[in-house]
Design a protein around this ligand. Structure first.
Ligand SMILES: CC(C)(COP(=O)(O)OP(=O)(O)OC[C@H]1O[C@@H](n2cnc3c(N)ncnc32)[C@H](O)[C@@H]1OP(=O)(O)O)[C@@H](O)C(=O)NCCC(=O)NCCS
Length: 196
């Protein structure tokens, strides 16, 4: 599968990127007020399709987990994405991938509410999550896999300084068939992403 073609930058979005870069707080811990929207984000097919719908799940699990550790834990973690005008735009997540030595690699994910997509928030939230992980942990590699047809996520990752590493054949079962994925990663010593 060839790499997606790079497209000329959209000047309107560059303004948004610069505005969001002045805001250090696009990510914050999940709050109680987020839980109902978060549950809908993960349990309503229309919120997740076409690439993130993996079937129904326990709708009460989100609150139970939040009450236990605020969704920041050893095995996996989530932060809320706060759009520039406040509120809740979705989540970013990460979990350790087994490596030697332990703690060297995490895999991250993101899911935004449909009304917050396509405004530059996904690019900036993922860039900020990587900076946060490099600043607060000894992680050397942050990786992210996505569907071969998920062009928005591939572009967002590239804009956030990730390099495309390869295709993972038949790695996800979505919509009744096995699908190929693409693996991206950013290493601690990789160049920082360009300013927009
Ligand atoms: C994928 C996702 C995180 C991207 O975040 P976003 O805020 O919507 O994307 P951005 O506005 O930052 O745009 C990133 C790039 O993708 C492009 N893009 C955005 N939506 C697109 C679409 N529907 N189709 C093609 N390209 C798209 C943008 O033009 C931009 O490219 P550019 O910088 O070359 O102009 C977000 O759309 C989302 O949460 N989608 C649903 C869940 C999902 O797919 N998560 C990733 C799973 S691995």
């Amino acid at each position: 599968m060839p790499a997606p073609r790079s497209r000329p930058a959209n000047p309107a979005r560059l303004v948004q990127h610069h505005q969001m870069r002045d805001d250090p707080d696009l990510l914050r811990p999940i709050e109680e007020a987020d839980l109902d929207t978060m549950r809908r984000l993960f349990t309503e097919p229309a919120m997740c399709k076409p690439f993130e719908w993996f079937g129904f799940r326990d709708p009460h699990a989100f609150r139970r987990r939040w009450e236990a550790d605020g969704w920041i834990g050893k095995d996996d973690s989530m932060l809320a994405v706060r759009p520039p005008d406040g509120g809740f735009a979705g989540i970013v997540s990460w979990r350790p991938i087994r490596t030697v030595p332990e703690g060297a690699c995490v895999e991250m994910g993101i899911l935004l509410l449909p009304e917050h997509r396509g405004r530059g928030i996904g690019t900036e939230a993922q860039r900020q999550l990587v900076e946060y992980l490099f600043a607060t942990t000894l992680v050397n590699r942050v990786q992210a896999g996505t569907d071969v047809e998920n062009v928005a996520e591939q572009r967002a990752l590239e804009r956030a300084g990730f390099l495309r590493e390869g295709v993972l054949r038949g790695c996800a079962f979505i919509g009744g068939r096995w699908r190929d994925g693409v693996m991206y990663a950013r290493l601690r010593d990789d160049p920082a992403p360009p300013s927009a």
